[in-house]
Design a protein around this ligand. Structure first.
Ligand SMILES: NC(=O)c1ccc[n+]([C@@H]2O[C@H](COP(=O)([O-])OP(=O)(O)OC[C@H]3O[C@@H](n4cnc5c(N)ncnc54)[C@H](OP(=O)(O)O)[C@@H]3O)[C@@H](O)[C@H]2O)c1
Length: 306
């Protein structure tokens, strides 16, 4: 098999970002393989051009099969939903380590891992939410210590996050979301990740994937108001309310606890990281070839051009 005919395997290819990355790879005439628990659903999401191995990523034999003859691996597995959250360690940690182990045995060199924007252990410990980032911290460390030709992409929240709190012209945000945070279009993540897989000159690097600016929730509400000409009212809900619900529901539904951690992290986003967003974005523009989608463009796409 010639190298360019070898497939790229994407773990998490049917996910929110995985599908965007695969679309860009297919547009580039790349062969793509995925491992999915449901091939029928995967076919509906990704079409007929993707090779699908139906299995669970926690199964070693399935990993071995999915790695057969591939030229690169991309990992973006997520257990962040109510059905999978109890298996998070098995899926996001143990399976990833197993993929790395088997990829090493199979002499696969190129590995791309999608992680959080930047995971600062000291910040998470101070906020008492280390559980929110500990798996990604451990995996990133293992990747850096490995012999892979690796690239880590630290992905900012998608613009979608700002719209997720919008109901009936009100943006009600637990904790308020007063601090500016980086945000990016999922299309841009797809483009950058696809280019990353295909390049050989970005090995041993970690990039922070963000749009051009850091945005706070009150600012997002103002921008949506200005573009749509509908007044969006920003409302701060006490974060402690989510905390209380997350404690009550913990025995039945650990997902809310995780959402609470995410909201706490978001409301305490480090100011220095927010300040460096334009610079981080410039690095992306210099390194990759794409036309970034801005938050204003995203608002127009959503509300104006329907
Ligand atoms: N607002 C934001 O900033 C933002 C950004 C990203 C994501 N999100 C949201 O966050 C949630 C998570 O998104 P996501 O893309 O990270 O995850 P996702 O859409 O839930 O996808 C998870 C991926 O992991 C795979 N996976 C999980 N467990 C697996 C297993 N045991 N074996 C094989 N594959 C497994 C799934 O594959 P199969 O299901 O095919 O097996 C799927 O491809 C979603 O609800 C998404 O909409 C929000």
């Amino acid at each position: 098999m010639r190298n360019e005919e070898k497939p790229i395997v994407v773990f998490g290819g049917t996910g929110y970002l995985g599908r965007k990355i695969i679309k860009k790879l297919l547009d580039n005439n790349e062969k793509v393989r995925i491992l999915s628990r449901n091939s029928r659903k995967a076919k509906i999401i990704l079409g007929e051009d993707v090779e699908i191995i139906e299995s669970d990523v926690t199964c070693r034999d399935a990993i071995i099969q999915s790695l057969e003859g591939v030229k690169a691996i991309l990992i973006y597995l997520s257990a962040l939903n109510s059905k999978l959250i109890r298996r998070m360690k098995q899926i996001e940690r143990d399976a990833v380590l197993m993929i790395m182990e088997e990829a090493h045995k199979a002499n696969i060199d190129r590995l791309i891992y999608l992680s959080g924007y930047e995971i600062r252990e000291d910040v998470l410990r101070k906020l008492n939410i280390i559980k929110f980032g500990e798996i990604k911290l451990e995996i990133e460390k293992k990747i850096r210590e490995s012999n892979f030709n690796w690239t880590i992409l630290g992905v900012a929240p998608s613009f979608e996050l700002f719209f997720a709190f919008l109901r009936n012209n009100k943006m009600a945000v637990p904790g308020g979301g007063i601090k500016p945070i980086p945000a990016i279009s999922p299309e841009d993540v797809g483009e950058i990740a696809a280019q990353t897989i295909l390049r050989n000159d970005v090995g041993g690097k970690r990039f922070r994937l963000t749009g051009p600016e850091a945005i706070s929730f009150p600012e997002a509400a103002e921008r949506i108001s200005a573009i749509t000409k509908k007044q969006i009212k920003h409302i701060k809900i006490p974060l402690v309310a989510v905390k209380v619900v997350s404690i009550i529901t913990l025995p039945f539904n650990p997902l809310i606890r995780f959402i609470y951690y995410a909201l706490k992290a978001l409301n305490n986003f480090p100011s220095d990281l927010a300040k460096s967003v334009p610079e981080d974005h410039q690095i992306l523009l210099k390194t990759f070839t794409y036309s970034p989608i801005t938050f204003d463009m995203e608002i127009k796409n959503r509300f104006m051009e329907r």
